[in-house]
Design a protein around this ligand. Structure first.
Ligand code: DGJ
Length: 739
């Protein structure tokens, strides 16, 4: 049993293979947290862990229950207004204007498995992976409302998924002012907060800082999870490293405004709240209706951050990503965006397709500019009809040629957007999100469609479904290139305007769901000017995402390294760009560009027809190499070795399940003349297995490679042998094979 209930102490003990999560019903009917961390033995009572000292100068529940001091307790789903003065997990406003809730424990249910949440991305258990779901029922009798707290235990990946449902049985309207998805109250604050802030072209950079008193954390008010913040965060002990120490991970299965808030209080306890951002949110819960929060997932390891990332990655593939694609090898591709931008026609694209075919690339992706009259970014979004100037014979003619070569075909769309210069805008200006009478702020010359309107979603479904069918599409890149301004729903009453952000993203999910159900074999990639919506909500529908618009290999070391903490390799689209790179102006050897891009869903984003014969030969070799080890690069166990956030060198490694094959990449930024002797310590090998490295004559035991390390030949010398001018941005790949 993963969920044990002790009647004696009314304690719930949730156990995964390696962790315990314990909470209990308190004497006043509230739920109090007891413990979350490394697995401990089940007991009927944890007197010691639940002992409280009575504090002066704070309120107690009752005169005769002085030890129930809400501000001192660790709560399961905290409430404002009754003595816990920290930020609460939820807040409601009732018909009489009161904001005091009293949800008291009623009973619980345990079910096997995990059902999907309707209309929203969520965790699931399709594989009978020993999952159990606990629902705790609480009620507030005065106002006639129920609250359900859900806990799904995924034992083998050490993950717990949590969410809450508010049910209004009363005859009155209740306003949910905010409702987080999970709360964890830790008993001390000796932790670092590790987050992944960024910017466009510089997504998910590692940021680690010790917790301090007060509020900290990050979130988004951009109506997307954003480039600037990511819902994945970790709370780790100060000495936790990649391979040692305690670390908690949190993530939200959601793509809209979110908040990860960490509060260290007067007693040095730590409250963690993860969910929809309370700012710009409220939900009107009419009589008889209910509100379901998105799910948050939480996980713990006492073996460092590599272990945490690995268990999360396993979890995503089994319980978040569309099962049709979770283990499906992803095709190598060439995308024409940076190769042509808007300047292409069928003939020009065919030169790229033919070069790609020759090089063994499996898919061609036609990016922005194929529809309407879109020769730059000022027009046509919403007019999802082929541009006959670029494709005089129709798009099907072009696609047939691609398919005829045995290649797959992918297409770019940006469904949520509208250009003012478009037929769609002429016909339906009211479909654009706007606040009446206010200025309309463009972003990349474009505006946003109101995805809360069913007729908008219906229209998009119809036109996109038609394109998918007509072109026998294999893959869709769904882009979203601006954040929402002047958010307002012209059909919504004034008191529901704060529902817009959540309703918008539910509309996006609805469109995804309908397109996927009608076209189960089409692989979706999500994109938002690169990695502006790189989150688990998107990953539920689109198993992979465009990691960043920045394809410069040196920048990608950081972006991919940062992303790998909270996401799987197969989720990261990673391409080779032309040089000098369009964003950084940097020139990096083709070999290094590919060696960085191998670790993810590999492709090229350049005009292959412009490469020299030598370069094309190299590309063909790279594609062949990648295909040979594709499963490892996409689904292998990923280890971070040396961090680009710490210095000049980055290294990382993937290992297969039986530890018979591993590939490590090592990259340096600047060349260091007369450098010290260098060694790389590989990870995740079998200590007793014997390996060769890059077909070396010498044979190494795994324990030698992991503990003593592998001597790295002098890079400058090696480069000279290759007659290259500089060893800046040089790289090495180590293919480690058991004999
Ligand atoms: C932003 C994306 O991130 C790029 O890859 C490309 O698809 C452009 N949009 C096209 O407009």
């Amino acid at each position: 049993m993963m969920i044990e209930y002790s009647k004696e102490s009314q304690t719930f003990q949730l156990q995964t293979d390696n962790t315990s999560y314990i909470f209990q019903v308190l004497a006043n009917g509230d739920l109090g947290q007891v413990y979350y961390g490394r697995k401990i033995h089940l007991k009927s009572n944890y007197h010691n862990l639940t002992t409280r000292e009575i504090k002066d100068a704070t309120v107690s529940w009752k005169v005769d229950q002085p030890d129930i001091q809400p501000d001192v307790l660790k709560h399961e789903y905290s409430v404002l207004g009754s003595g816990d003065f920290r930020f609460p997990a939820f807040q409601l406003t009732f018909a009489n204007g009161s904001r005091v809730s009293e949800f008291k424990y009623v009973d619980y249910e345990i079910n096997t498995g995990k059902q999907r949440l309707p209309g929203m991305p969520s965790t699931f258990d399709d594989t009978n992976d020993d999952v159990q779901t606990l629902t705790i029922n609480l009620t507030d009798q005065l106002v006639g409302m129920d609250l359900q707290l859900h806990y799904s235990i995924f034992p083998h990946q050490d993950v717990i998924a949590r969410s809450a449902t508010f049910i209004n049985h009363s005859n009155d309207q209740v306003v949910i002012d905010h409702a987080f998805s999970t709360e964890v109250d830790l008993p001390d604050a000796n932790y670092d907060l590790i987050e992944f802030p960024g910017a466009w072209a510089r997504e998910r950079q590692l940021n680690r800082a010790a917790l301090r008193l007060g509020y900290q954390g990050s979130g988004s008010l951009r109506n997307a999870t954003s480039h600037q913040a990511n819902p994945f965060m970790m709370i780790a002990r100060h000495d936790t490293s990649e391979d040692f120490g305690e670390v908690y991970g949190f993530n939200l299965v959601y793509s809209g405004n979110f908040l990860n808030q960490v509060e260290v209080d007067q007693f040095q306890t730590t409250r963690i709240l993860v969910g929809i951002n309370p700012t710009e949110f409220a939900w009107n819960l009419g009589p008889g209706s209910q509100f379901q929060t998105p799910e948050a997932i939480q996980s713990y390891s006492n073996q460092g951050m590599n272990q945490l990332s690995q268990q999360l990655s396993d979890f995503y593939q089994d319980h978040i990503v569309n099962p049709r694609f979770s283990q499906q090898p992803r095709p190598t591709l060439v995308n024409n965006w940076e190769g042509t931008y808007f300047d292409f026609n069928e003939d020009k694209l065919m030169t790229i397709v033919n070069a790609a075919h020759k090089a063994g690339i499996e898919m061609f992706v036609l990016d922005d500019g194929w529809f309407g009259e879109r020769n730059d970014d000022t027009t046509s979004l919403g007019d999802w009809f082929v541009d006959k100037n670029k494709f005089p014979n129709g798009i099907e003619h072009f696609v047939n040629q691609v398919h005829g070569l045995g290649m797959k075909f992918g297409l770019w769309v940006e469904p949520e957007m509208i250009s003012k210069q478009s037929h769609l805008y002429e016909q339906h200006p009211e479909w654009m999100i706007q606040t009446p009478g206010r200025h309309q702020t463009p972003g990349r010359n474009q505006f946003v469609l109101d995805m809360t309107r069913p007729e908008v979603v219906d229209y998009l479904f119809k036109v996109l479904n038609q394109i998918i069918t007509d072109t026998k599409l294999d893959y869709i890149k769904w882009d979203m290139n601006r954040y929402i301004t002047e958010m307002y729903g012209i059909d919504l009453p004034a008191n529901q305007q704060l529902e817009m952000g959540h309703r918008y993203i539910l509309g996006v999910y609805d469109l995804y769901d309908r397109l996927i159900k009608s076209n189960p074999d089409v692989l979706f990639e999500s994109c938002a000017s690169g990695g502006g919506r790189f989150d688990l909500g998107m990953m539920y529908y689109a198993p992979q995402a465009w990691t960043s618009d920045d394809i410069d290999a040196a920048e990608r070391m950081k972006i991919q390294y940062g992303t790998s903490y909270g996401y799987s390799l197969s989720m990261m689209g990673s391409h080779v760009s032309a040089v000098p790179n369009d964003i950084t102006g940097r020139t990096i050897e083709l070999s290094t560009r590919a060696r960085v891009a191998y670790f993810g869903d590999f492709g090229y984003e350049l005009d292959l027809a412009k490469l020299s014969d030598d370069e094309l030969k190299q590309v063909a070799w790279q594609v062949e190499f990648y295909k040979r080890y594709r499963r490892l690069f996409q689904f292998g166990k990923f280890y971070r070795i040396e961090s680009p956030f710490a210095g000049n060198v980055t290294s990382w490694q993937v290992v297969n399940d039986d530890q018979s094959l591993a590939i490590a990449g090592r990259y340096q930024l600047m060349n260091e003349p007369n450098s010290p002797y260098l060694r790389i310590k590989f990870k995740g090998l079998h200590p007793d297995k014997q390996y060769r490295i890059n077909d070396s004559e010498e044979i190494f035991y795994g324990d030698e490679l992991m503990n003593a390390g592998y001597f790295i030949p002098n890079i400058l010398k090696t480069m000279k042998e290759q007659r290259l001018r500089t060893a800046d941005f040089s790289s090495q790949l180590f293919v480690i094979k058991a004999i």
